[in-house]
Unconditional design. Structure first.
Length: 261
Protein backbone atom coordinates (compact mmCIF):
# COMPACT_ATOMS: atom_id res chain seq x y z
CA UNK A 1 0.00 0.00 0.00
CA UNK A 2 1.36 3.46 -0.96
CA UNK A 3 2.14 5.76 1.99
CA UNK A 4 3.21 9.37 2.05
CA UNK A 5 1.95 12.91 2.33
CA UNK A 6 -1.55 13.85 1.19
CA UNK A 7 -1.99 17.09 -0.73
CA UNK A 8 -3.55 18.83 2.28
CA UNK A 9 -0.58 17.84 4.44
CA UNK A 10 1.87 19.15 1.83
CA UNK A 11 -0.11 22.39 1.50
CA UNK A 12 -0.09 22.91 5.28
CA UNK A 13 3.63 22.10 5.59
CA UNK A 14 4.84 24.10 2.56
CA UNK A 15 2.57 27.15 2.64
CA UNK A 16 1.44 26.54 -0.96
CA UNK A 17 -2.27 26.01 -1.51
CA UNK A 18 -3.57 22.72 -2.91
CA UNK A 19 -4.64 24.53 -6.09
CA UNK A 20 -1.12 25.91 -6.50
CA UNK A 21 0.37 22.43 -6.07
CA UNK A 22 -1.92 21.06 -8.78
CA UNK A 23 -1.00 23.96 -11.06
CA UNK A 24 2.72 23.39 -10.48
CA UNK A 25 2.23 19.78 -11.57
CA UNK A 26 0.46 20.91 -14.75
CA UNK A 27 3.30 23.23 -15.80
CA UNK A 28 6.10 20.86 -14.78
CA UNK A 29 7.44 22.72 -11.73
CA UNK A 30 6.45 19.68 -9.63
CA UNK A 31 6.71 16.13 -10.96
CA UNK A 32 3.56 14.05 -11.22
CA UNK A 33 3.07 12.40 -7.79
CA UNK A 34 2.18 8.82 -7.10
CA UNK A 35 -1.46 8.05 -6.51
CA UNK A 36 -3.35 5.70 -4.23
CA UNK A 37 -5.66 3.02 -5.59
CA UNK A 38 -8.47 5.51 -5.09
CA UNK A 39 -6.66 8.10 -7.21
CA UNK A 40 -5.52 10.45 -4.44
CA UNK A 41 -2.15 12.19 -4.81
CA UNK A 42 0.64 11.04 -2.49
CA UNK A 43 3.84 13.05 -2.03
CA UNK A 44 7.20 12.16 -0.54
CA UNK A 45 9.73 14.09 1.56
CA UNK A 46 11.65 15.10 -1.56
CA UNK A 47 8.59 17.05 -2.72
CA UNK A 48 8.62 19.12 0.48
CA UNK A 49 12.31 19.84 -0.02
CA UNK A 50 11.63 20.84 -3.62
CA UNK A 51 8.83 23.17 -2.51
CA UNK A 52 11.13 24.79 0.06
CA UNK A 53 13.56 25.45 -2.80
CA UNK A 54 10.74 26.86 -4.96
CA UNK A 55 9.63 29.13 -2.09
CA UNK A 56 13.19 30.45 -1.81
CA UNK A 57 13.34 31.13 -5.55
CA UNK A 58 10.02 33.00 -5.36
CA UNK A 59 11.38 35.01 -2.43
CA UNK A 60 14.26 36.07 -4.68
CA UNK A 61 11.78 37.28 -7.29
CA UNK A 62 12.18 34.42 -9.76
CA UNK A 63 9.42 33.95 -12.32
CA UNK A 64 7.74 30.58 -12.91
CA UNK A 65 9.73 30.24 -16.12
CA UNK A 66 12.96 30.82 -14.21
CA UNK A 67 11.87 28.44 -11.46
CA UNK A 68 11.18 25.74 -14.03
CA UNK A 69 14.78 26.03 -15.22
CA UNK A 70 16.06 25.98 -11.65
CA UNK A 71 14.10 22.84 -10.76
CA UNK A 72 15.71 21.09 -13.72
CA UNK A 73 19.07 21.80 -12.06
CA UNK A 74 17.58 20.78 -8.70
CA UNK A 75 16.75 17.35 -10.15
CA UNK A 76 20.44 16.85 -10.85
CA UNK A 77 21.08 16.56 -7.11
CA UNK A 78 24.13 18.87 -7.09
CA UNK A 79 24.21 22.30 -5.48
CA UNK A 80 26.91 23.82 -7.70
CA UNK A 81 24.86 24.13 -10.93
CA UNK A 82 21.90 25.49 -8.94
CA UNK A 83 24.09 28.15 -7.32
CA UNK A 84 25.51 29.12 -10.71
CA UNK A 85 22.03 29.70 -12.13
CA UNK A 86 20.82 31.54 -9.03
CA UNK A 87 23.91 33.75 -9.00
CA UNK A 88 23.22 34.89 -12.57
CA UNK A 89 19.52 35.44 -11.86
CA UNK A 90 20.21 37.36 -8.66
CA UNK A 91 22.74 39.60 -10.44
CA UNK A 92 20.16 40.39 -13.12
CA UNK A 93 17.52 41.14 -10.48
CA UNK A 94 19.86 43.44 -8.57
CA UNK A 95 20.40 45.43 -11.76
CA UNK A 96 16.64 45.51 -12.39
CA UNK A 97 15.96 46.60 -8.80
CA UNK A 98 18.47 49.42 -9.17
CA UNK A 99 16.72 50.61 -12.32
CA UNK A 100 13.39 50.49 -10.49
CA UNK A 101 14.92 52.42 -7.60
CA UNK A 102 16.01 55.18 -9.98
CA UNK A 103 12.56 55.25 -11.58
CA UNK A 104 10.79 55.38 -8.19
CA UNK A 105 13.06 58.14 -6.92
CA UNK A 106 12.46 60.11 -10.11
CA UNK A 107 8.70 59.59 -9.84
CA UNK A 108 8.75 60.57 -6.16
CA UNK A 109 10.59 63.76 -7.07
CA UNK A 110 8.02 64.55 -9.75
CA UNK A 111 5.14 63.92 -7.34
CA UNK A 112 6.65 66.14 -4.66
CA UNK A 113 7.28 68.81 -7.28
CA UNK A 114 3.60 68.57 -8.26
CA UNK A 115 2.47 68.66 -4.61
CA UNK A 116 4.46 71.86 -4.07
CA UNK A 117 3.04 73.45 -7.24
CA UNK A 118 -0.53 72.61 -6.23
CA UNK A 119 -0.12 74.62 -3.03
CA UNK A 120 1.12 77.82 -4.70
CA UNK A 121 -1.78 78.97 -6.87
CA UNK A 122 -5.55 78.50 -6.54
CA UNK A 123 -7.51 80.38 -9.22
CA UNK A 124 -10.99 81.69 -8.43
CA UNK A 125 -12.44 80.39 -11.71
CA UNK A 126 -11.47 77.48 -14.00
CA UNK A 127 -8.08 75.79 -13.93
CA UNK A 128 -5.30 77.70 -15.64
CA UNK A 129 -1.68 77.16 -16.68
CA UNK A 130 -0.39 77.86 -13.17
CA UNK A 131 -2.67 75.78 -10.91
CA UNK A 132 -0.93 72.50 -11.64
CA UNK A 133 -4.14 70.55 -12.37
CA UNK A 134 -3.89 70.21 -16.14
CA UNK A 135 -0.30 71.21 -16.95
CA UNK A 136 3.02 71.10 -15.17
CA UNK A 137 3.44 74.25 -13.13
CA UNK A 138 6.74 74.89 -11.45
CA UNK A 139 9.77 77.06 -11.03
CA UNK A 140 13.34 76.74 -9.83
CA UNK A 141 12.24 76.50 -6.19
CA UNK A 142 9.91 73.60 -6.89
CA UNK A 143 12.53 71.85 -9.02
CA UNK A 144 14.89 71.92 -6.06
CA UNK A 145 12.33 70.15 -3.85
CA UNK A 146 14.05 67.37 -1.92
CA UNK A 147 12.82 63.80 -2.27
CA UNK A 148 11.94 62.22 1.06
CA UNK A 149 13.51 58.73 1.08
CA UNK A 150 12.37 57.62 4.52
CA UNK A 151 9.67 54.98 4.86
CA UNK A 152 8.12 57.26 7.47
CA UNK A 153 5.89 59.95 5.93
CA UNK A 154 6.89 63.54 6.55
CA UNK A 155 5.36 66.88 5.67
CA UNK A 156 6.37 68.19 2.26
CA UNK A 157 7.06 71.76 3.31
CA UNK A 158 8.60 71.13 6.72
CA UNK A 159 10.23 67.68 7.00
CA UNK A 160 10.45 66.28 10.51
CA UNK A 161 14.04 65.56 11.52
CA UNK A 162 15.86 64.90 14.73
CA UNK A 163 17.90 67.83 15.97
CA UNK A 164 21.39 67.72 14.48
CA UNK A 165 20.54 64.92 12.01
CA UNK A 166 20.09 65.59 8.27
CA UNK A 167 16.75 64.71 6.72
CA UNK A 168 16.67 61.33 4.94
CA UNK A 169 16.14 62.97 1.59
CA UNK A 170 17.76 63.52 -1.79
CA UNK A 171 18.00 66.91 -3.52
CA UNK A 172 19.31 65.53 -6.82
CA UNK A 173 17.25 66.67 -9.80
CA UNK A 174 14.79 64.01 -10.95
CA UNK A 175 16.32 63.77 -14.41
CA UNK A 176 19.78 63.06 -12.97
CA UNK A 177 18.88 60.19 -10.63
CA UNK A 178 19.06 57.36 -13.14
CA UNK A 179 22.45 58.51 -14.40
CA UNK A 180 23.78 58.77 -10.84
CA UNK A 181 22.65 55.24 -9.94
CA UNK A 182 24.11 53.91 -13.22
CA UNK A 183 27.44 55.56 -12.30
CA UNK A 184 27.39 53.92 -8.88
CA UNK A 185 26.60 50.51 -10.36
CA UNK A 186 29.52 50.77 -12.77
CA UNK A 187 31.82 51.66 -9.91
CA UNK A 188 30.46 49.02 -7.53
CA UNK A 189 31.15 46.35 -10.15
CA UNK A 190 34.75 46.56 -8.86
CA UNK A 191 33.74 45.49 -5.32
CA UNK A 192 35.33 42.22 -4.20
CA UNK A 193 33.51 41.87 -0.86
CA UNK A 194 31.24 43.71 1.54
CA UNK A 195 31.41 43.76 5.31
CA UNK A 196 28.96 44.85 7.98
CA UNK A 197 30.06 47.86 10.02
CA UNK A 198 28.26 49.94 12.64
CA UNK A 199 25.42 51.82 10.94
CA UNK A 200 26.37 50.73 7.45
CA UNK A 201 28.40 48.77 4.93
CA UNK A 202 32.11 48.60 4.05
CA UNK A 203 32.84 47.74 0.40
CA UNK A 204 36.36 46.56 -0.46
CA UNK A 205 37.38 47.22 -4.05
CA UNK A 206 39.65 45.40 -6.46
CA UNK A 207 42.83 47.15 -7.58
CA UNK A 208 41.03 48.04 -10.83
CA UNK A 209 38.72 50.58 -9.14
CA UNK A 210 39.08 54.10 -10.60
CA UNK A 211 39.94 56.15 -7.49
CA UNK A 212 39.15 59.51 -9.05
CA UNK A 213 35.67 58.31 -10.04
CA UNK A 214 35.11 57.00 -6.51
CA UNK A 215 36.03 60.38 -5.03
CA UNK A 216 33.85 62.20 -7.57
CA UNK A 217 30.79 60.10 -6.82
CA UNK A 218 31.23 60.30 -3.05
CA UNK A 219 31.52 64.07 -3.26
CA UNK A 220 28.45 64.34 -5.50
CA UNK A 221 26.40 61.99 -3.33
CA UNK A 222 27.29 63.81 -0.14
CA UNK A 223 26.08 67.03 -1.74
CA UNK A 224 22.56 65.71 -2.49
CA UNK A 225 22.12 63.05 0.22
CA UNK A 226 23.59 64.54 3.38
CA UNK A 227 22.26 61.76 5.60
CA UNK A 228 25.00 59.48 4.20
CA UNK A 229 28.40 59.50 5.94
CA UNK A 230 31.22 58.38 3.64
CA UNK A 231 34.79 57.31 4.40
CA UNK A 232 37.32 56.21 1.78
CA UNK A 233 40.15 54.16 3.27
CA UNK A 234 43.40 53.11 1.61
CA UNK A 235 45.63 50.74 3.56
CA UNK A 236 47.24 47.32 3.38
CA UNK A 237 43.77 45.80 2.96
CA UNK A 238 43.24 47.79 -0.23
CA UNK A 239 40.81 50.55 -1.17
CA UNK A 240 37.44 50.55 0.62
CA UNK A 241 34.35 52.70 0.89
CA UNK A 242 32.48 52.89 4.18
CA UNK A 243 28.90 54.15 4.00
CA UNK A 244 27.00 54.92 7.19
CA UNK A 245 23.49 56.30 7.70
CA UNK A 246 20.73 56.55 10.33
CA UNK A 247 18.85 53.36 11.16
CA UNK A 248 15.80 54.35 9.09
CA UNK A 249 18.05 54.71 6.05
CA UNK A 250 19.76 51.30 6.29
CA UNK A 251 17.55 49.77 3.55
CA UNK A 252 18.62 52.65 1.27
CA UNK A 253 22.30 51.97 2.03
CA UNK A 254 21.98 48.30 1.12
CA UNK A 255 19.85 48.92 -1.98
CA UNK A 256 22.34 51.44 -3.37
CA UNK A 257 25.67 50.07 -2.18
CA UNK A 258 24.95 46.37 -1.65
CA UNK A 259 24.35 44.16 1.35
CA UNK A 260 27.17 42.50 3.32
CA UNK A 261 27.66 38.79 2.68
Amino acid sequence: MTTGWKIKDVADASGFSANTLRYYEQIGVLPEPERTAAGYRVYDQRTLERLAFIARAKQLGCTLEEITGLTAAWDGGRCGPIQDQLRRLVADKIAAAQRQLAELMTFTSELQHAATALERHRPEGPCDDECGCVTEAGDADAAAQSVNLSAKPTAIAKPITLEGEPEIACTLAAGSMKGRIDDWQSLLAHVERRERIDDGVRSVFAASVPITELIRLVTAEQDCCQFFRFSITVDTRGVALEVRAPQDAQPIVESMFGAPA
